[in-house]
Design a protein around this ligand. Structure first.
Ligand code: NAI
Ligand code: MG
Length: 395
């Protein structure tokens, strides 16, 4: 079989640090691939007025699989100021290239696993009976609808008259009828049957394949009746095809409370774009936070794998680099799973588990240090040392 080609997009800041670490681990585990670099991020915004150049889209179109580090985003006005002088005032408008990638390639299924590694000092603990301390083992995979809902950007401040009038046809809009339009901001939450069914189905298929006992819809169908209600109704239909998997319906607000009470009870969780973002950050916090949170953005043709953390620019220039490469390496494992290389992915995850369980090599976040250039002198592992330790444990 010819070698696969993976499009690598380090992006900005620590993206440029952690992505090469993941490639070292992929090499060490014997994954055979060619890597082509693709430009994305702030540098290309500044110099070309486009943080996601067409040549990057072309490479992804061709090779279908992307590994992404992180990008830096800044508010519109600040972004405009940093444009190269010759590009100023030419009408360039900044947009987030990762959101752009999700929309362009219709990467509608976002998967975010949150799994406890035993021995991680950042694991969530709680009090049990008689003041005992319990460390619940979390093994949750969040399926977040990635392209619809509140993030589509159909929104207005001072909505156009035809929009406002159309809304007034809804009886519940009456109480806003006399509010001056310029004092109204509206964001729409749009769900479609097609994409809602795709995310729900992906969740059930995953639960079935990997032996999870339950799928939980984390929405708010009793209040947000139409959109959350649609997801719950579809989940009830799909659940009939999986009688061995329980369907749970937990309101998003209650979910955020339960996840600190009984996180070990949950398996696969499904939510729309916004609630999925929230609940996945909540669970990530139980298993080590940003240094451990990995994700996949999967469409019908293209899939992109990335840590959920951003570019943490203040750490970009530290020598040696100090950030935790595990979130990026776990994202590469998700890529291997997607490519059917589960055995290699599991070997990497076991090596990470072994390093964490042993407890000798810990990055600054695991030691609860404040990120500073001297953390390595003070006993924290550098980024490279962590990767080396993981590679050394590969069986
Ligand atoms: P961030 O995730 O970059 O960093 C927040 C803090 O988390 C850091 O200061 C650091 O203490 C910690 N952290 C992050 N990654 C870590 C790692 N691998 N190991 C150890 N500690 C880690 O979020 P922040 O500071 O809000 O945003 C920085 C830039 O990143 C912004 O421009 C933002 O727009 C962008 N961003 C990009 C994302 C992406 O590329 N998908 C996601 C989130 C933010
Ligand atoms: Mg987030």
């Amino acid at each position: 079989m010819s070698k696969r080609t993976i499009v690598t997009m380090p992006g900005d800041g620590i993206g440029k640090i952690v992505l090469p670490e993941a490639l070292r681990v992929l090499d060490a585990v014997g994954f055979e691939a060619e890597y082509v670099h693709a430009d994305i991020g702030w540098e290309f915004w500044r110099t070309e007025g486009n943080p996601l150049p067409q040549r990057t889209l072309d490479l992804l179109e061709k090779h279908k699989i992307g590994l992404f580090g992180a990008i830096t985003s800044k508010p519109k006005a600040e972004a405009a100021k940093e444009l190269a002088p010759e590009l100023q005032d030419k009408g360039y408008v900044y947009y987030s290239p990762i959101v752009g990638l999700r929309q362009h390639f219709d990467l509608d299924i976002c998967m975010r696993p949150c799994k406890t590694f035993k021995g991680n000092p950042l694991n969530f603990i709680r009090k049990g009976p008689n003041d005992t301390i319990e460390e619940p083992e979390v093994d949750v995979v969040i399926f977040r609808q990635n392209t619809e809902g509140l993030y589509v950007g159909v929104e207005w401040t001072n909505p156009p008259e035809e929009v406002f009038n159309a809304l007034l046809t809804h009886p519940k809009m009456k109480k806003f009828a006399d509010v001056p339009r310029e004092e109204i901001a509206i964001s729409t939450r749009i769900f479609t049957r097609k994409y809602t069914e795709r995310i729900v189905r992906a969740a059930f298929e995953y639960a079935d394949k990997y032996g999870y006992k339950s799928v939980t819809i984390a929405e708010k169908p009793n209040v947000i009746r139409e959109t959350s209600g649609m997801m719950l109704a579809i989940a009830r239909e799909v659940a009939e095809e999986y009688p061995h998997i329980e369907l749970w319906n937990v309101n998003i607000d209650a979910m955020m409370m339960w996840l600190t009470k009984n996180p070990e009870d949950y398996g696969v969780i499904v939510a729309g774009n916004m609630f999925g973002d929230i609940v996945s950050d909540g669970f990530a916090g139980l298993v080590g936070g940003l240094g451990f949170a990995c994700s996949a953005n999967i469409g019908k043709e293209v899939a992109i794998f990335e840590p959920t953390h951003g570019s943490a620019p203040k750490y970009e220039t530290f020598d040696p680099p100090i950030v935790n490469p595990i979130a990026m390496i776990l994202s590469a494992c998700m890529m291997l799973d997607h490519l059917g290389e589960n055995e290699k992915a599991n070997r990497i995850r076991q090596a990470i588990a072994a390093v964490i369980a042993e407890g000798k090599v810990r990055t600054y976040d695991m030691l609860k240090m404040k990120g500073a250039p001297d953390v390595v002198e003070k006993g924290a592992a550098s980024t490279r040392q962590m990767t080396d330790a993981i590679i050394a444990k590969l069986q």
